[in-house]
Design a protein around this ligand. Structure first.
Ligand code: FES
Length: 198
């Protein structure tokens, strides 16, 4: 990657993280970042866990939280989205998530604790750009007609499905990382700690 590309990549990540922290919704399906104010901003920057309210995240919607300065995507998958994961197993590089890009409790086809909620670090495993959400299926997302919904990295074209699994023959070598996390209740999760993962 050239120096210009590296700068673009870094700039893009910064913009995405800033947008998340500032609560800026960039597309209709993304809802603003909402997290408790404790612990302090400084502690969060140093890597403290962050608590996120997902109670208002409707089916088909995505929100962005920030943990350790990285965007963390939370997607509330619909039953159709979950069913679609099985249908594209032959198109993704690591369909069963055998490589270590997720904690034990996310080593399953939907890569999550609860099938309906995806929680992944929104940073491409190629060179660190932040992919763009393309949740809607088909050409509506500006991808190919048989696109089932997922994420597209604009830097070098890697694509990821709605479980953050990378498609075959793309520059990104691995699925998107699932951060340690756990549920405090049906509507609250903690990102960055999984001492009591359920
Ligand atoms: S950074 Fe190269 S494809 Fe994402």
């Amino acid at each position: 990657m050239s120096i210009d590309e590296e700068l673009d990549c870094g700039r893009r990540r910064l913009l995405v993280a800033t947008a998340a922290a500032g609560g800026v919704a960039t597309v209709a399906t993304v809802v603003p970042f909402v997290a408790s104010m404790a612990p302090s901003e400084r502690a969060k920057a140093a890597g403290a866990p962050v608590e996120v309210d997902i109670g208002k995240l409707g089916p088909g919607q995505m929100m962005v939280a920030e943990w350790r300065g990285k965007p963390v995507w939370i997607v509330h998958r619909t039953p159709e989205m979950i069913a679609g994961l099985r249908r594209i197993e032959d198109r993704v590089a690591d369909p069963e998530s055998r490589r270590d890009m997720q904690p034990k409790y996310a080593k399953n086809p939907h890569r999550s604790i609860k099938p309906e909620f995806l929680v992944v670090v929104g940073i491409c495993t190629h060179l660190g750009c932040s992919p763009t959400e393309k949740l809607k299926p088909g050409a509506e997302s500006g991808v190919e007609a048989d696109w089932p919904g997922g994420f597209l990295c604009p830097c070098h074209g890697s694509t990821f499905d709605l479980a953050g699994r990378v498609y075959k023959n793309k520059p990104a070598p691995d699925n998107l990382e699932v951060p340690p996390h756990m549920y405090l209740s049906d509507s609250r999760i903690v990102i960055g700690s999984d001492k009591k993962a359920v």
